[in-house]
Structure formats: C-alpha cells, structure tokens
Design a protein. Structure first.
Length: 343
C-alpha cells in the first residue's frame, strides 16, 4: 500500500473515532401535562439547566452513607466540632469540579441499597463560594429526571444554585412514619451529607420544592428539619401532619419540633386529586408557626399574597379554578422567594 493511501486511511480512522466521542447527554424536555399557554414564565433553554458553552460533568464518585435508617442532621451553619480552627475550616471551601451544568445521575449507598439522584451545578459555581442548594421532590411514580424536565428553576436561578432531584424509595415519599425511623427523611439526610462532601453548599440556604406527594414531603421536611432547611415550596400538597393527637396544640395546629421555615404554598381550588383544604391547612400552619399577622400584600404572580409581620417569609397562592398540575408561572417567583431569604 502506498504512503498516500496509508495517510488517507489514518485520517479516516481519526475522524470516525472523534465522532464517536460526541454524545448527547440530555434529552429534550417534555411539557408538563395540562400546561397553560397563558403562563407568563419565560421559556427555558433547549437543554434545561445547562448554560451555553458549558460541558456536562461526569457522575461524581458513589459514597456510602450511614447504614442505619437514622442519620443525624446538623443545624444551619453548625459544625460537628468546636473551636475557632474547626469553625474556620467549616467556613472555607475548596471543592472544585471539572465542569458545571447537568452532572448526571449520582449514586448513593444507603441502608445497604443503592439509591440515586439527579444533580445540577450552577454555572456560577467556582469551587470556593458556597451556593444555595435546592432539593426537588416529584410526585408518586415520578423520577427525579422527569420532574426536572418539567421545570425551569435552574434557568431562573441564573446558574446561582445547586439542584438535587432525588429518586424516592419506591418512587414515593413516607410522610406518616415517625421521624426517628422515617426512611425518607433519613435518605434526604444522607443525600444532603453526600452533596455537602462534594460541593460547596451554603448550609444556611437549603430549600425543598415539591409537587403532589413531593409537596407533602417538603412540608414534612419543613416540620422535622427546620434546623437544616431554610424554606419550602409546596405545589398541590398538604401537611405537616401526624396521626397522634398529642402532636397538636390547643388550637389544633400541628406542633413541629424544629424552628419554622419560610414557606411558599400553591394550591388550586379545582384540584380533584389533593383537596384544596390540604393546601389551605399548610399555608395556615406556616402563617401561625411564623407569627404572621392577617395582613397580606399582593405579590407577583397574582393571585399570590405575602403575609406580613412574619419571622420568615410566607407566600400563599390560592389559584381559582386550577386543577392538580404544575403552575409554571410560579417558577420565577419561587427563585425571588429563595433570594429574599439572604441574610
């Protein structure tokens, strides 16, 4: 074979090999069922959560959580030790990553079983500055990847947050078992510890967003992890609740063992899956828990209102005629709500 022929063959093989390395990593988003064309929220980019020019991060190494069901959670901004040296170490962070954007499916061994969660790292992550962390909880039978495809929260954050989309145990969430032995709460603790070991998280700004069963879960988290989570956003759910009458005060309001969190509650009065009263009970719980007055001020998007005189912000969105579905108009407001909790 002539040298010219060998050279041409080598160029052809090089071109084919390079072409095989270019793989698509994110499927196109699907629209949420029943989405309203009049919703004013801006459209997300074609690949939600990946800023232009960014590359996808390979899944981070799998870690093993505490094998027991109970994982102790640290309070906001607290450390596991004491002394000036340890406090300074907790404030400093040096956890760089090769790329930001959608980081793929992450694995975590918990209670001897492998669980997974989707991870997105905002483009403003620099490996040193701590970014807020947002957990996103799907409804029953939904994966973290599916609920991620419905949302534009990453886009609304402008690359200034870390997002986690857990896959629930059996694709559901336990909001009835006592917190000390509740596997869903403990799995959340384990995922939080896993993320904090890999990324610079602002431990004073950890949030939980949820829809349907996921909304029940975030209310549960707000009640039992109020010392860890800064706020919750609940769409079409209910809670916190308990089957034990002793968990309610003289006015029949649920007593939570941790400090109250900021809350953004959304519910439609035409919801035939989760009754409107469940969401109404949630907003009244957080209003009372945060010591709010009865005075409200209208906020965007209407018809949402913000209670006044609260320890933490409480927003209530009573949607007239709205069924059991995602209200995409709330997504820019949710990010403004998260931003409003900066200290």
């Amino acid at each position: 074979m002539r040298w010219s022929q060998l050279f041409a063959l080598w160029v052809l093989l090089l071109f084919v090999g390079c072409g095989q390395d270019e793989r698509s990593t994110t499927a196109s988003p699907s629209s949420p069922p029943g989405g309203s064309p009049s919703d004013p929220s801006p459209a997300p980019p074609s690949e939600p959560g990946t800023e232009p020019g960014q590359r996808v991060l390979a899944p981070l190494p799998m870690t093993r959580a505490n094998d027991g069901l109970t994982v102790s959670a640290l309070s906001k901004g607290s450390t596991s030790g004491s002394g000036t040296q340890e406090i300074l170490a907790a404030e400093q962070c040096n956890l760089p990553v090769q790329y930001t954007g959608y980081a793929g499916l992450q694995s975590l061994e918990f209670a001897y079983v492998n669980y997974t969660y989707e991870l997105y790292i905002g483009g403003n992550y620099d490996g040193h500055s701590r970014l807020p962390l947002v957990f996103v909880f799907a409804g029953d039978a939904m994966t973290g990847g599916l609920i991620r495809s419905w949302l534009s929260l990453e886009w609304n954050s402008g690359g200034s947050a870390i997002f986690v989309y857990p896959n629930g145990i059996g694709l559901s969430w336990d909001t009835s078992t006592a917190p000390g032995i509740n596997s869903s709460l403990s799995l959340v603790d384990a995922i939080l510890s896993d993320v904090e070991s890999k990324l610079c998280v602002d431990t004073k700004r950890i949030f939980a967003w949820g829809i349907s069963r996921g909304a029940f879960m975030v209310n549960h988290i707000g009640c039992y992890r109020g010392n860890v989570f800064r706020g919750i956003i609940a769409n079409s759910g209910g809670g916190p609740s308990s089957q034990n009458p002793a968990d309610r005060d003289a006015n029949n309001f649920f007593k939570c063992p941790t400090p109250p969190v900021a809350a953004f509650i959304i519910h439609g009065d035409a919801d035939q899956t989760i009754i409107f009263g469940a969401g109404d009970d949630s907003q009244r719980h957080w209003k009372v828990a945060n010591g709010c007055s009865d005075e409200t001020v209208g906020v965007d998007p209407g018809p949402c209102v913000a209670y006044q005189g609260c320890k933490n912000p409480v927003t209530w969105c009573h949607l007239g005629g709205w069924p059991h579905q995602l209200w995409t108009a709330s997504e820019p407001a949710v990010w403004r709500f998260i931003e409003s909790t900066k200290e």
